[in-house]
Design a protein around this ligand. Sequence first.
Ligand code: DUC
Ligand code: ZN
Ligand code: ZN
Length: 462
Amino acid sequence: MNDFDLLVKGGMVVNESGVLVRDIGIRHGKIAAIADHINERGEQLIDATGMYVFPGGIDVHTHLAASVGSAVSSDDFTTGTIAAACGGTTTIIDFVTQNRGQSLAEAIEDRHLQARGRVAIDYSFHISPTTIDDSTIAAIPSLISDGYPSFKFYLTYDNLRVTDGELLAALVKTRDAGGLVCVHAENYYMIDYLVKELRAAGKTGPRYHPLSRPPLVEEEATGRAIRLARLVNAPIYIVHVTCQESLDEISRARANNVPVMGETCPQYLLLSCDRYDEPDFQGAKYVLSPPLRPAKNQPLLWDGLANDCLQVVSTDHCPFNFDGQKDIGKNFFSEIPNGVPGIEARLILLYYFGVYQKRLSIQRFVELTATNPARIFGLYPQKGTISSGSDADLVVFDPERETTITKGILHENVDYTPYEGMCVKGWPVVTIARGRIVFQNGIFTGSVGSGAFLRRKKPALL
Ligand code: DUC
Ligand code: ZN
Ligand code: ZN
């Protein structure tokens, strides 16, 4: 008779509070013991000597099997969560996006049907309402108590955007019910104007995409969303922050005790708008919104992560194949399906460019990838920490392993990676999701369907 189902021995266990060499005993999917030395037996044993052990990554911004009108993102709930597991992510929060006119209940049911039984790691959903009538606003408290405490509103996109008045009503109701409003902050009318100007001037290639959505577009919408939140003292979370202008809006608000939080993504930390100049329409690979920015923004985003202007690194994983999907916009950049892949390399990139290159401490890395996402989105302490009683979601990470990132070694279902050719040090060697080994020796070893839907609790403000 074994005392534990799984023992992870001798790893450098990282929590937000520090790094300690520890043995971890896992039983029934939970962390049952953490100690200097565990002498009892385990049915399975992982020797983590010389390795870091992180809490499993939590990616709070993914778009799996997401329809953007002209295309559906190429990773579904199975391929996307397998890729996530192989990169050390053990929980995702994706979206229920209401079609205009559709009831929220139907939108939720449809999305559950898409995911149920097809997911390899634990998952949850933010709700993205697009039809903001009295019944939508009235539903917010019951959605929060049903385990959907976060809502994402778009300030742009024809079929998704909400008005300032609608956002304000949602902020008030969500505040009163203890939930959190997240915002995609870009000014719809500025984009509309610029896209039409560029089209009229015959400027139709991918290189014009960033010109149609300059930082001012994001700055204005970020500042407006924050001011609406400030008016009613409601918490707000700005998704995919890309530039100095938005950082300034957020840090000014936080300095004035406005409850604003924010995230950025690896693509904004590591890639610049020079990519849009790649020949043969290759710039389309980087068409996402907001767009990649001039490189001078990157050190500011890193500083924002280090100094707590931003609290989370997510991916906004929304992959479209270069062949057959991105080329829908061959004749005009604004028809290119928006999004880039990134669900698998998030921890790898943030470790190498953040921790190894000394932009972030190892504790901050864990906060940004797991602990803060869990706290802000109502999963802590079930997730986001290596503690007794928490879910046994762990990543055993080899800090010495050198790898060149290429599409061929990733598991994402898409025909390119924006990180092609990047040389990194540090790679996950084992991923454990609720006590099950789901990734080992470069191979997915989990089972599709074992991911559980997570009803979340109320968010914490950081
Ligand atoms: N931006 C993207 O680039 N893709 C998905 C949705 C979004 O807002
Ligand atoms: Zn967005
Ligand atoms: Zn998104």
